[in-house]
Design a protein around this ligand. Structure first.
Ligand SMILES: Nc1ncnc2c1ncn2[C@@H]1O[C@H](COP(=O)(O)OP(=O)(O)OP(=O)(O)O)[C@@H](O)[C@H]1O
Ligand SMILES: [Mg+2]
Length: 1022
């Protein structure tokens, strides 16, 4: 009787069961291997359903089936399970065998919740005037089962048996209607993502002990099972030695002994993974973890990884308006180190750049360009005192020059702070020296036993593992990425043959070809993708490793939902993963490995690539209209790879200007050179000639700033040639001024003056007052340095008047300082002091901290020359205070030396020693040899004063050696003079004469006159 009913339902039911499932359940033609495996079993019972169906006419019964069973079948199929049996009022479904997923228990749980909901919605059945509410009871249990086909050859049935199945059934029986009961193991596997009531103990029929059961109530987060892939890493194998080194470094850093570690190795060998494992260490939880990435297209983008890090520190979101960004920066600085508030505009400039013109940049002092790096550093130091920092910079083979400069500077001081800096790089692409003082870990391939362990885990099917492991081990050669790719390849193959040839693994895999590079295996895998998916994967690769969904949508023209579904599918194939972005970030995906992105990108035809780059560039221009300056490097990258050369030039140029505004001169050079290359490859018209001459001029500025003076000279000559061709006077005068500056930097004062005067002539012609004033100032300075002090003075005075007229305070301050130098040179200390004080009061008005500290130092000097020791000491100390504020430890060291000199005059040797040791510490830390030479020179002078001739001589020799090494002739010459003087006092006349003559020769050769008179007097006395 019971069987009859069942068959009736089954008959009704048949059309709704997916073909693959019915055929296997009912016909059982294909043979499935028996195996022990973990499975999750669901029993569903809809109480009273059969009885009800029996009372109804067939048409009504069909309707109920439609509304209730059809959804159940669909849901189970959707989550990848299969229906195994129909039983009375319900059914049994299996997840995990014969088809397994890594998250079968979760799938089962989600399916059950959905089924419950569907029955609640559809289970109201009207019989006559009464409404009957159908309710389901569900039991879920996970555990080991034996599965396979049982029965005779003619009538086989796929069956799952074992305790796990029995308990699942008992759980269902014990569930109250409308509830889902789950067993212990299911609970363990799903607890993180579901809402589950606390356990109850239940007496279960057939079990001696009480069993813990739980009620499944709902999902914690609404993420579909496909999206959950994020953290599914292979289990970590090997690397214990490396991890130990890292842990030790972590400990040291925690105790304020900062460390730097370089991790190098080939593609996919496990650098990032090693770092990830470290970040899971319990001590790492005590750290603020800040990470930044470098990517191949960002090689010229200034501070690319640092921007990422500082964006995190300041909590800046991707869609913050510029104003908001400034506000956040200010608030955070207040919280971390309020003494840096004066520099908040520098942080804003880094994070929401405002591009400056060349003339504006040219006006800034060199000091100012160092300030950016200094305040960035200082902020990190202060931040690390709140909580230790773990700074991770990945893929340093692609780092930009400005960031390198920053890291090198950091490395010199970092050892005092609670900071661990780890950077990773691909060995074969390494372009630079390792950062000095870093500990280096080189990752070698995994050992065979370790590879084996990994393979064993990754290949769930024992027979495939046995069959393949040796071949995988020998092909992958210890590269875990390679291993993963091979296994994925096998898995794809397994899934694609599953349906009809299940069970014949040996046959299928015996001749499975494993390509011999990780590239080709990944390629092969991509090739297996359905055309539509492959195309999206290719298109995404244009965006780089990280895929911004909004942009991808613009180029694929797919609807939100469709695109997301596609992404999920790609995720399922493990080509991409959703990035666990901080909530402030936009939703985005990433290629599981850069390798996949590279392959996809390289598979695109040039033509397609070009047009996609154009599409993205154009889309970005629209999307980021209000913040375009922030995206110029990216835009430059896309348009450079597109056919839109005009835009390429435009953005490359802008990117160069932006880099220059951030004092990232090397980066700027790269951008400008790229842009010039494109411009010069075409037949330039008038507009292009103007562009070319402007770009060459800006290029020259960057080149000369980084010391490439010859190149700068060539660039300026080209710039001049181009602008003369089109008779662009304005640009010509600017370029002539640049030439003057360049020759000035090279100490070629006559030539500099000649160019300045030419430029002045043209500026007058085009009546650019501002520029005129600046040129006059430059001429004045050039004369001053050439030794033509009076003429210099005349020009500086003239400039001062012009500034007053123009009300240009900025320039006014500079000219005042230059005038001060003039008074200094001619020994007019009182006037020097007055002039400096005037400039000081204006600088204070503008809170221009760099100028203030500059002038304070100058004032100290002037007072020192006047023998007003107290005042001198006061200003040196003030200057130190300011240096502290901006983290300028170099200037601090220099001021320590000045203070030492000052106290030496007063014979306060103890204080002198104190300052010497402070300065020495600083310059050692900075590895600044010239600074150390200054320290040695001061030491020598101190020993000279206490008549310790031997030590004095030793330190003079040391100092002189360094000065001469660096070609610092003034200091070398002066040191010889002081040494000679010492020998003079010591009364070793011959030697004294020798040193004094040497000094004279050196100083004369560069036209330094300060000591010449005294030297001659001494020589006469000998
Ligand atoms: N020791 C390990 N145990 C298990 N899996 C590992 C191990 N090392 C790496 N893997 C896995 O291998 C893959 C590649 O590793 P990873 O991304 O760390 O390589 P990488 O050296 O950083 O490569 P790239 O040079 O491209 O940055 C990852 O999926 C990672 O999870
Ligand atoms: Mg990596």
């Amino acid at each position: 009787m019971k069987e009859k009913k069942q068959n009736k339902i089954l008959e009704l039911f048949k059309p709704y069961v997916p073909k693959a499932v019915t055929s296997r359940i009912l016909e059982g033609k294909e043979s499935l291997p028996s195996e022990r495996s973990e499975a999750t079993i669901i029993f569903i019972d809809i109480r009273g359903f059969t009885k009800l169906a029996d009372q109804l006419d067939p048409e009504k019964a069909t309707e109920i089936i439609n509304n209730i069973f059809e959804p159940i079948v669909r849901i189970i199929d959707k989550y990848g399970g299969s229906i195994n049996k129909f039983l009375g009022d319900g059914l049994m479904a299996i997840f995990g065998t014969p088809f397994s997923h890594e998250d079968d228990p979760e799938r089962a749980a989600r399916a059950s919740l959905e089924i419950m909901k569907s029955i609640e919605e559809n289970g109201k059945i009207k019989i006559g005037s009464k409404v009957k509410n159908l309710k389901a009871r569900i039991g879920i249990n996970t555990g080991l089962c034996i599965s396979g086909e049982i029965g005779s050859a003619s009538r086989k049935e796929f069956t799952v048996i074992g305790d796990t199945v029995n308990l699942a059934s008992r759980l269902q029986v014990n569930a109250t209607p409308g509830k889902i009961l789950i067993g212990e193991k299911t609970f363990q596997r799903i607890k993180d993502n579901f809402i589950i009531s606390p356990p109850r103990k239940l007496k279960i029929k057939g079990k001696k002990d009480l069993v813990s059961v739980y009620t499944l109530k709902g999902e914690k987060k609404k993420i579909s099972f496909l999206e959950k892939k994020k953290n599914s890493h292979s289990p970590f194998v090997g690397r214990q030695k490396e991890l130990k080194i890292l842990r030790e470094a972590l400990k040291k850093s925690y105790n304020s002994r900062g460390q730097i570690i370089e991790i190098s190795g080939e593609l996919g060998v496990g650098k990032s993974r090693l770092i990830l494992e470290l970040s899971k260490d319990s001590l790492a939880k005590e750290f603020n973890i800040l990470s930044g990435n470098c990517s191949s297209w960002e090689e010229s983008k200034p501070y690319a990884p640092l921007k990422e890090i500082f964006t995190k520190i300041f909590g800046i979101k991707f869609d913050d308006e510029l104003k908001e960004i400034d506000k956040k920066i200010e608030n955070k600085i207040k919280e971390i180190d309020s003494s840096l508030l004066f520099a908040s505009s520098y942080f804003s400039r880094l994070l929401s750049p405002k591009i400056k013109s060349l003339e504006e940049i040219m006006e800034q002092s060199k000091e100012e360009s160092n300030l950016l790096l200094r305040v960035l550093k200082k902020l990190l130091w202060s931040f690390s005192s709140q909580k230790p920092l773990l700074i991770i910079i990945e893929d340093v083979q692609w780092i930009d020059d400005a960031s390198v400069e920053f890291l090198i500077q950091c490395s010199k001081e970092l050892k005092k702070y609670s900071i661990l800096l780890i950077y990773s790089l691909r060995e074969s692409l390494k372009k630079r020296e390792s950062i000095a003082g870093s500990k280096r870990i080189k990752l070698l391939p995994l050992k065979n036993t370790e590879s084996d362990k990994l393979i064993r885990f990754l290949i769930k099917k024992n027979d495939i593992y046995q069959l393949m492991k040796d071949r995988i081990i020998s092909t992958a050669n210890g590269n875990p990425l390679f291993i993963e790719e091979i296994v994925r390849g096998i898995e794809e193959r397994r899934l694609s043959v599953d349906k009809d040839r299940l069970g014949n693994y040996p046959e299928i895999f015996a001749d499975f070809p494993i390509p011999d590079t990780v590239h080709s295996i990944a390629r092969a895998r991509i090739d297996l993708l359905p055309v539509g998916l492959k195309e999206i994967l290719y298109q995404a690769s244009i965006l780089g490793r990280y895929i911004e969904i909004k942009l991808l949508q613009k180029i694929t023209n797919l609807e939100d939902k469709v695109l997301l579904e596609t992404m999920k599918k790609l995720q399922k194939h493990e080509f991409i993963e959703e990035v666990e972005a901080a909530p402030q970030l936009q939703r985005y995906f990433a290629f599981t490995h850069s390798l996949i992105q590279e392959i996809a990108y390289n598979s695109l035809l040039f033509k397609t690539r070009n047009s996609l780059h154009t599409k993205i560039g154009t889309a970005m221009e629209e999307m980021y209209l209000s913040k375009i300056d922030e995206k110029v490097e990216e835009l430059a990258y896309h348009f450079r790879n597109s056919d839109d050369k005009e835009k390429a030039i435009f953005y490359l140029d802008k990117a160069g200007d932006k880099a220059q505004s951030l004092y990232a001169f090397k980066n700027a050079i790269n951008f400008y050179l790229d842009s010039i290359k494109i411009l010069e490859s075409t037949e330039p018209g008038k507009e292009q000639l103007t562009q070319l001459s402007e770009i060459y001029n800006r290029l020259a500025f960057s080149q000369s700033t980084v010391g490439k003076r010859k190149e700068a000279e060539i660039s300026l000559n080209k710039a001049l040639k181009y602008c003369r061709k089109i008779k662009d006077k304005n640009t010509e005068s600017l370029i002539l001024m640049s030439m003057g500056n360049l020759y000035g930097d090279m100490g070629k004062w006559d030539k500099a003056i000649e160019y300045f005067k030419n430029s002045l002539f043209i500026s007058e012609d085009i009546s650019n007052l501002r520029r005129k004033a600046r040129i006059i100032k430059s001429i004045g300075l050039a004369y001053l340095f050439r030794g033509d002090t009076e003429r210099g003075y005349k020009y500086l005075k003239e400039c001062l008047e012009t500034c007053k007229e123009m009300k240009d305070d900025n320039l006014y301050i500079m000219v005042l300082n230059n005038l001060g130098i003039y008074y200094d040179m001619v020994g007019d200390w009182k006037d020097a002091i007055n002039t400096y004080k005037k400039s000081l009061s204006i600088s204070k008005k503008y809170d221009n901290i760099i100028e203030i500290s500059n002038v304070m130092g100058n004032l100290g000097f002037a007072y020192s020359s006047l023998n007003e020791s107290e005042q001198a000491i006061y200003y040196f100390k003030e200057s130190i205070k300011l240096s502290d504020k901006i983290g300028d430890i170099y200037n601090k060291g220099i001021n320590y030396i000045h203070l030492g000199e000052e106290y030496l005059r007063k014979d306060e040797f103890k204080v002198v020693k104190y300052y010497i040791s402070n300065a020495e510490k600083i310059f050692k830390e900075l590895e600044d040899k010239l600074g150390l030479a200054d320290v040695y020179r001061l030491k020598a002078k101190m020993f000279k004063k206490i008549k310790n001739w031997k030590d004095s001589e030793t330190f003079f020799i040391k100092a002189i050696k360094t000065y001469s090494q660096f070609g610092d002739k003034i200091n070398e010459g002066e040191s010889y003079y002081e040494w000679g003087d010492m020998l003079f006092i010591k009364k070793t006349k011959d030697l004294a004469k020798k040193k004094l003559l040497k000094s004279k020769k050196l100083l004369e050769s560069i036209g330094a006159r300060k000591y010449l008179k005294e030297i001659e007097e001494k020589l006469d006395n000998l």
